[in-house]
Design a protein around this ligand. Structure first.
Ligand code: SAH
Length: 243
């Protein structure tokens, strides 16, 4: 029995609803997976939980699903935001997918002083987030913000959300104990800089901010997309939902 594919839909989900999927989803179901009428598909929309559906029609370029029943109630997942300096294409694709798989609820590209690529394809990021969400079983697709100036984001930072600042200049040691000391249900965010790192001004402002927790990710300097996975894994393990 093949495992039923998971698809993200925008529409409301209710028993008996008939939903025509998008052209690329139709191609995926009919031509890539070569599914047939009657085959099961799991669908979610980020609001109504996960539902079992069945293929009810396969036409030339369209596939229609009939929604059956809810199999998983909507959950929130971790209140975890991921802030990052945008990277070049494939590394950014990778980073968006990994942040989604590691439970991020919101992806916030921030333009720091040394950010290389200030132009970001937000639609491409959203498509990567949807693809990762479908694959990893989360019930919501992370929100993807438009790029914002880092200084503005920090100036408006909410006091109740801890910003875990991955500081490549931090003295090695202690990330686990620092993160484990955070309350479990505390809203969190993780910040990873660009390949050029943070500027002295940015670092000074971050270290002076009361909501910021600076951590070292060890003695080696990782590429930003590696640091993203390392930092988000650490946060999930120490104070996230890997407990
Ligand atoms: N070019 C910079 C390094 C930038 S690495 C330099 O040589 O100093 C890209 C980002 O990954 C950094 O801004 C930081 O957020 C994160 N990072 C990489 N290695 C890290 C480490 N050992 N500790 C903390 N953060 C790290």
């Amino acid at each position: 029995m093949k495992t039923a594919p998971r698809l993200f839909l925008e529409v409301d989900l209710a028993p008996g609803a008939a939903v025509a999927v998008s052209a690329e989803q139709a191609n995926y179901l009919a031509n890539v997976l070569r599914l047939a009428v009657g085959d099961p598909v799991l669908v979610f929309n980020g609001r109504d939980g996960e539902w079992r559906a069945r293929i009810s029609l396969i036409a030339k370029r369209t596939v229609t699903l009939t929604i059956d029943a809810c199999v998983r109630p909507q959950g929130d997942g971790p209140d975890l935001h991921y802030l990052f300096a945008p990277l070049k294409h494939s590394r950014l694709d990778y980073m968006v997918q990994k942040a989604t798989e590691l439970g991020a609820a919101r992806l916030r590209p921030v333009l720091t002083e040394r950010t290389q690529s200030r132009r970001v394809n937000s639609e491409r990021m959203r498509a990567n987030a949807v693809e990762a969400a479908e694959q990893c079983g989360v019930l919501r697709v992370p929100a993807v913000d438009e790029p914002a100036e880092f200084a503005d984001v920090l100036a408006a930072w909410p006091a109740d959300r801890t910003l875990v600042f991955c500081d490549e200049a931090a003295a090695p040691g202690g990330p686990v104990s620092a993160l484990a000391a955070l309350a479990r249900d505390r809203p969190l965010a993780v910040l990873v800089g660009p390949e050029g790192g943070f500027s002295p001004t940015e670092r000074t402002r971050l270290l002076a901010h009361p909501a910021v927790l600076a951590i070292s990710l060890g003695p080696r300097i990782m590429r930003a997309d590696t640091a993203a996975v390392a930092a988000l894994a650490l946060v999930n393990a120490c104070c996230g939902d890997w407990q």
